[in-house]
Design a protein around this ligand. Sequence first.
Ligand SMILES: *Cc1c(COP(=O)(O)O)cnc(C)c1O
Length: 220
Amino acid sequence: MSITSQLQKIKASLPAQVTLVAVSKMHPAPVIREAYAAGQRVFGESRPQELAQKAAELPADIQWHFIGHLQTNKVKQVVSIAQLIHSVDSERLLLEIAKEAAKKQCTARCLLQIHIAQEETKFGFSPDELRQLLASPVLKENPQVTIAGLMGMATFTDNQEQIHQEFHTLKQLFDEVKARFFPSLPTFCELSMGMSGDYQIAIAEGSTMVRIGTDIFGVR
Ligand SMILES: *Cc1c(COP(=O)(O)O)cnc(C)c1O
C-alpha cells in the first residue's frame, strides 16, 4: 500500500483527540514529502543531525517532534527546531534544554520520558524519580521549559496483557502527577504512548499522541 493510503487508514482509526506523529527517521526527504502531500504535518525524528538536515530542506510548516534519546551536547541543534521533545529522561538533560532555550529566548515544550518497560535498554525516569523531580523546585526555577506531559514505551512483546498493563500504569501516573503538580495547568495535557505494534492498545489506555513509523512508511 502507498504511504498516502496507509496514512488515511491509520488516521481514520484514530480518535479525533489523538495526535499522529509520523515517525520519519531513516526515511529520506522525498518519502516525507509524500506524507506531507497527503496532509500530514507532524513528523518525528530521533537523531539531531538528521532532524536539522530534513528541517532545512522540507516545508516550514512541518511540526517536528524529537523522539529519540538526546545527548546534552546535541541539545542546541534540537531546541531551535523541535516543537516538542518527547524524550527528556534526566534532570541534567532538562537543565541543558532550559539553558539553551534561555539563550534563544524561547520556551521548549517537553515530555518527561518514563521507564515502564521490563527492559534494561529503555531510557526514562522511574515513577518515584518523576515524583521527586516534580516535587523539587527545578521546574519553577526553569520556566523556559514547559512540561507538556509524559511519554513511555511498552516492552517489545507479543503479550498484549502486559502491554495493556504497562500503558495503564503510565496513564495512572499521568493522572496522579497532573492532579498533584499541575492541577490548574492546561499545558500538562499530552500522554505520548503507542507505536506501530501497540498503538491501538495505547489508545484504549488513554494515549493522546501516537508515534507511528513502520505502519506508515514500511520497514526501515
Ligand atoms: C522509531 C520510534 C517509533 C516508531 O516505531 P515504529 O515501530 O516504526 O512505529 C516510536 N517511538 C520512538 C521513541 C521511536 O524511536
